[in-house]
Design a protein around this ligand. Structure first.
Ligand SMILES: CC(C)[C@H](C(=O)O)[C@@H](O)C(=O)O
Ligand code: SF4
Length: 467
């Protein structure tokens, strides 16, 4: 029987199947960060257990690390305690950790693929919803809660029921000026933030196949914003080329064996999905979110929608509330919305290609005078080094951007980087919920190039016509 990629990945990891279909699934890679692991380690110790397979774990502190003056340590006591606790737990159990001042440190979803610690065919989990990112390499990757983190530490397995399968097929060529970020924002605008609930989404079609690995990661990163715990993309030559030579990738004969297996990691031609969504790439334009949910998004040339035109009661009330929180009026052209801050970073868009795209727009220009802070936060120390070798830091600094140390930063404001109440931000991150980037802060989700263009213009602007 023809199988989907999801079927193949699932079947390859079933240890035991119960009569009601619940499966015990083997977990190949467990990524650990400081926010969701402390109680899990504590629970283990209380139960007198220990981590079962040390080498399957890779830890990094990312949410609470400062992006400036790292040599001075962490000032905030709550953040410091979380990071210290991770360090201590990793020391106790001998778990590999990239510490705050390690050059390989970075956002967990950036460093996993970068190191080849997450590979095609793996089951990948982390106590973090954006673990879906790692599905980009043809892996089954999903976020888990703290009690599941403890379960994985103790047993290297998880009890799970299989999701339904969805194919989001994007055919055609992404138009000029449109990126993976615009693609996924457009998809979420179409299917909604609950569109993928209960499904594992495979992204396919010629537009997805044409994306780089980094672009595919951007897309899968936001599968969770479409309601799906996992997003994935079939393995192809792009995938294989990406992993060759990565520190944790297999070598020699093992590499050849791995590649042979990885080449089977795609849905069979006649595989049947529970739901198929067809998207024409030609319909995609640079996107800007206007509300407090990633589905509240539109093309940059559009206007803030009018709740009065919405027939559905619940949706209308949601829109009204969002416009009130965002302090926006229906009918305002998105390109007339002025911004206070710009954040280029996060596990969605802080890889080298993202920084190159933003720098290409910033080159030779200046951040507008009404923009109080424009910051670039690389996804990892290695991304930062690469960018500096290419001179991207100079481009940003000369344009008036700040160039920071890697971490989650203003994606969710667990460190010192945040919006003040009422501030409006063009952000390359993945969530625009109320207060996400700081209490009372207003977030607009965009691509890196669109964020850089907004920084220079002082308001949103269509990057395709930006002079
Ligand atoms: C802190 C963590 C649990 C959380 C997540 O699960 O995604 C965070 O990374 C986020 O992006 O909101
Ligand atoms: S960068 Fe943002 S979305 Fe990604 S793991 Fe950190 S907080 Fe979560």
């Amino acid at each position: 029987m023809p199988q989907t990629l999801y079927d193949k990945l699932w079947d390859a990891h079933v240890v035991h199947q119960g009569p009601d279909g619940t499966c015990l699934l083997y977990i190949d890679r467990h990524l650990v960060h400081e926010v969701t692991s402390p109680q899990a380690f504590e629970g283990l110790e209380l139960a007198g257990r220990k981590p079962w397979r040390i080498s399957a774990n890779l830890a990094v502190a990312d949410h609470n690390v400062p992006t400036t003056a790292r040599s001075e340590g962490i000032q905030d006591p709550v953040s410091r305690l979380q990071v210290d606790t991770l360090d201590k737990n990793c020391d106790t159990w001998g778990i590999t950790e990239f510490r705050m001042n390690d050059r390989r440190q970075g956002i967990v979803h950036v460093i996993g693929p970068e190191q080849g610690a997450t590979l095609p065919g793996m089951t990948v989990v982390c106590g973090d919803s954006h673990t879906s990112t790692h599905g980009a390499m043809g892996a089954l990757a999903f976020g888990i809660g703290t009690s599941e983190v403890e379960h994985v530490l103790a047993t290297q397995t998880l009890l799970m029921k299989k999701s339904r399968s969805m194919l989001v097929r994007v055919e055609g060529e992404l138009p000029f000026g449109c990126t993976a970020k615009d693609l996924i924002l457009y998809v979420i605008g179409r299917i909604g933030t609950a569109g993928g609930t209960g499904y594992a989404i495979e992204f396919g079609g010629s537009a997805v196949r044409a994306l780089s690995m980094e672009g595919r990661m951007t897309v899968c990163n936001m599968a969770i914003e479409a309601g799906a715990r996992s997003g994935m993309v079939a393995v192809d030559q792009t995938t294989i080329d990406y992993f060759r030579g990565r520190p944790y990738a297999p070598e020699g004969a093992l590499w050849d064996q791995a590649v042979e297996y990885w080449r089977t990691l795609h849905s069979d031609p006649d595989a049947v999905f529970d739901r198929v969504v067809e998207i024409d790439a030609a319909d995609i334009e640079p996107q800007v979110s206007w509300g407090t949910s990633p589905e509240m998004v539109a093309a940059v040339g559009a206007r803030v929608p009018d709740p009065a035109a919405e027939a559905d009661d619940v949706r209308r009330k949601g829109m009204e509330r969002a416009l009130q929180y965002m302090d926006l009026k229906a009918g305002t052209p998105l390109s007339e919305i002025a911004i206070d801050k710009v954040f280029i970073g996060s596990c969605t868009n802080a890889r080298i290609e993202d920084l190159r795209a933003a720098a290409a727009v910033a080159r030779g220009r200046r951040v507008a005078s009404n923009v109080r802070l424009a910051m670039v936060v690389p996804g990892s120390g290695l991304v930062k080094e690469q960018a500096e070798q290419e001179g991207l830091d100079r481009i940003f600094l000369e344009a008036g951007f700040e160039w920071r140390e890697p971490g989650c930063s203003m994606c969710l404001a667990m460190n010192a980087d945040r919006l003040e109440p009422g501030e409006r931000c063009a952000s390359t991150s993945n969530r625009n919920f109320e207060g996400r980037q700081g209490q009372g802060g207003r977030t607009h989700l965009v691509s890196p190039a669109m964020a850089a263009a907004a920084a220079v213009a002082g308001h949103f602007v269509d990057v395709r016509t930006f002079q």
